[in-house]
Design a protein around this ligand. Structure first.
Ligand SMILES: Cc1cc2nc3c(=O)[nH]c(=O)nc-3n(C[C@H](O)[C@H](O)[C@H](O)COP(=O)(O)OP(=O)(O)OC[C@H]3O[C@@H](n4cnc5c(N)ncnc54)[C@H](O)[C@@H]3O)c2cc1C
Length: 411
């Protein structure tokens, strides 16, 4: 079975590793970028994603390069603790939770792909522009910009096309241009990393603020803290889905100038970054379909979501594992793709919607309680929200610890 993967990001590379581990070796990853570079800032991987990466043999690399998140804490904008819970091994999981640089994670996946499958498996400078369905496959259109000469167009036939080409997926567009219209909730997100030493436990993830202004901070390397600040400000003119717009960190630090606490100096943290990135919060409504003939969407291409809940990369990794499992174990390719959609689409769609609630309603409700000094109510609300979220996203400890493996031959 020949499989073409559009996109060498987290989802595409996790798919290559999963398919290879499942015994499907006729693979090609086409990446639009001219090289795999360590772009982005931090991502957080809860234990459901870490389990899958561990079962792919990457547990040691994660332990070496990530920080095991030990707690998640909510603070109000005066720096007062609202509620905290343990995370990872301390919360009873069989796998840790990690915070890690996104580019580092992508590099770990890429290095494993190259080590296991050879360098030729990932081709850079190859933009997939669309596909045409064939009776038992897909004819994939590719723009090749890998050489010094002008770009050339070509087609590649594959039994299966996996669209792991991110939030602005060309595969999704080609399947149905009406699908996945990006929209913003009007919030702007700013992100950066700062070498600023440990805070709290040294492995804490904190969410500070309310429904008007919020900052998330967690370490991604010893002494390096990742921060994310969100506030209203995205407008109709903003380009949605572009991860690469830089801004001055000092200007962003002004938004939190009085957020200096005895446990963390937020303005100094934000201002201390060499560079910050601006990203209008964007997602699209859950899709009703991920599979179009022999083309299947995966990761952000299928379910771009607001980054509240640490599940963007995680759900992409889960997609990869389930798709590989289905393709390797079903006797029929079409049945396997249908089973993949049946298993994954409802879960990821629920996470997309939950992340919208986390971004808006949950914080508004909790913050209103905090302002009224209803601490116990705020704590109960957050506890319930987090528990519900874990169940729907697939990382409630009891279920995850007991669930059968998606490794072929691993049950
Ligand atoms: C540059 C960048 C920086 C990011 N930074 C962060 C971050 O700091 N924090 C965070 O939480 N999330 C970040 N994300 C998003 C996060 O990586 C994804 O939400 C998540 O990992 C899901 O992975 P994915 O593989 O579906 O998408 P992505 O990781 O976005 O990967 C998609 C890949 O497809 C490639 N591609 C796009 N179009 C085509 C095409 N037509 N043909 C071939 N290849 C194509 C892209 O270059 C990219 O490598 C970033 C994404 C990108 C691309």
């Amino acid at each position: 079975m020949s499989i073409l993967i559009a996109g060498g990001g987290i989802g595409g590379l996790a798919a290559a590793l999963s398919l290879h581990a499942a015994g499907l070796h006729e693979l090609q990853v086409l990446e639009a970028a001219s090289e795999i570079r360590q772009i982005g800032v931090g991502v957080n991987l809860p234990p459901h994603a870490v389990r899958e990466l561990t079962e792919l043999g990457l547990g040691e690399a994660l332990a070496q390069h990530g920080i095991p998140t030990s707690e998640l804490s909510y603070y109000d904008r005066r720096g007062k603790l609202i509620w905290a819970e343990p995370r990872g091994l301390g919360a009873g999981y069989r796998w840790p939770q990690y915070s890690i640089h996104r580019g580092r994670l992508q590099q770990i996946l890429f290095d494993a792909v190259v080590a296991r499958m050879g360098e030729a498996v990932v081709r850079t400078g190859q933009r997939v522009s669309g596909f045409a369905p064939m009776p038992a496959g897909a004819r994939v259109q590719v723009t090749d910009r890998s050489g010094a000469s002008p770009a050339t167009e070509r087609t590649i036939d594959a039994d299966v096309l996996i669209g792991a080409d991110g939030i602005r997926s060309a595969v999704r567009q080609s399947a149905d241009p009406a699908l996945g219209a990006l929209a913003t909730n009007g919030w702007m997100m700013y992100r950066g990393t700062t070498r600023s030493g440990p805070f709290l436990s040294g492995s804490s993830m904190v969410i500070i603020g309310d429904e008007h202004l919020r900052v998330v901070v967690y370490p991604i390397e010893p002494g390096v803290n990742n921060w994310l600040l969100v506030r209203p400000g995205a407008g109709a003119g903003d380009e949605l889905g572009n991860w690469n717009r830089s801004v001055e960190p000092q200007a962003i630090a002004q938004c939190v100038q009085d957020w200096t606490f005895d446990w963390l100096d937020v303005p100094a943290l934000v201002a201390g970054s060499d560079i910050a990135w601006e990203y209008p919060m964007a997602d699209f409504d859950p899709l009703s379909q991920w599979v179009f003939g022999r083309a299947a969407l995966l990761g952000d291409a299928a379910h771009a979501m607001y980054p509240f809940g640490s599940n963007g990369a995680s759900q992409a990794i889960l997609d990869a594992r389930v798709l590989a499992w289905q393709l390797a174990t079903q006797p029929d390719i079409d049945a396997a793709l249908a089973a993949y959609q049946t298993e994954r689409l409802p879960v990821a769609s629920a996470v997309q919607l939950a992340n919208r609630r986390q971004a808006n309603d949950v914080m508004a409700k909790v913050s209103a309680m905090v302002r009224q000094d209803a601490q116990a109510g705020a704590q109960a609300e957050l506890k319930e929200v987090e528990a519900r979220y874990k169940r729907l996203a697939g990382f409630d400890a009891e279920t995850l610890n007991a669930r059968a493996s998606w490794s072929v031959g691993g049950r």
